[in-house]
Design a protein around this ligand. Structure first.
Ligand SMILES: [Zn+2]
Length: 273
């Protein structure tokens, strides 16, 4: 099946947009590294303040993206992203946190949920897994940032649970979209990571870890998160995986692993319309 993440161009911006099975409810964006003004190693559309790039360039990149997408930068709302499992409900008062300054991001948050139309949930990625959760029935959204730590903590499922608690959404009405991130093709980890997946994932662990050699494993974060979403009650037919590896596709994506940590970030932007 073709990916629901479709590559689009608008002005200098090249980005992925989710083609939802239920159009007219939300927009889901994943920027590429193309179309911005940052210099190497952040070339060119680095969307994150915290990676060592010049702040003015990041702001300009964000404005380029916001203008091309037709989503006001004032609506971009982001969390601190600490590889934890905290989910925060975003109301009008938090709108725009982190859009213009790193200092006012929502502290400690790796996942955000909202029911407000003028809030664009935003998170930043270079290999970690972006997970977009939509309840089209109740018109609510959530976004989660899941590296291996967040995945092991079950942040995807916790985001679904937070949406249920805050909005009363039903799991069977929800859909999940797993965006571009490091694939099993490129993600080798050690025994320590394998051991962290023991409790929550029970006997499924060997479906997404493959032993490569003594104490080396390849980890499929897409499948791990898919299991977590299924555990949370989302139906498998409502989970869509982009299948795009950030490490394999150097022309399109920043990759923390490929660039040994010195690189920019793509933005996932999720908004009700
Ligand atoms: Zn790869």
């Amino acid at each position: 099946m073709d990916s629901v993440f479709c590559l689009k161009h608008r002005g200098s911006l090249e980005y992925f947009e989710i083609e939802f099975p239920c159009p007219g409810i939300a927009r889901g964006i994943f920027t590429t590294r193309k179309g911005g003004v940052s210099l190497p190693p952040f070339n060119s559309l680095n969307m994150a303040f915290h990676v060592g790039d010049e702040k003015e360039k990041v702001l300009l990149n964000r404005k380029i993206a916001a203008d091309a997408l037709g989503i006001p930068l004032e609506e971009f709302t982001s969390g601190e992203q600490v590889h934890g499992d905290k989910v925060v409900l975003v109301e009008e008062e938090q709108r725009g946190r982190g859009a213009f300054d790193l200092k006012d991001v929502i502290p400690g948050a790796d996942a955000l949920i909202t029911g407000k139309k003028n809030v664009a949930l935003t998170a930043f990625f270079a290999d970690c897994v972006p997970i977009y959760i939509l309840c089209p029935h109740d018109r609510k959204i959530g976004i989660a940032h899941a590296g291996w730590k967040g995945t092991a903590l079950g942040i995807a499922g916790k985001t679904v649970k937070a949406m249920k608690a805050a909005f009363g959404v039903k799991e069977r009405d929800c859909m999940a979209f797993i965006g571009p991130s490091i694939g099993p093709c490129c993600y080798t980890v050690g025994e320590n990571v394998y051991m962290q997946f023991s409790d929550h994932f029970e006997n499924k662990r060997d479906d997404f870890f493959k032993k490569l050699s003594h104490e080396k494993w390849s980890l499929d974060l897409w499948t791990a998160n898919k299991y977590d979403l299924i555990f949370s009650g989302i139906e498998p037919k409502n989970i869509f995986v982009s299948g795009l590896c950030t490490c394999c596709n150097e022309n399109l994506f920043f990759s923390y692993r490929r660039e040994n940590g010195k690189t920019g970030r793509m933005a996932a932007v999720f908004k009700l319309i």
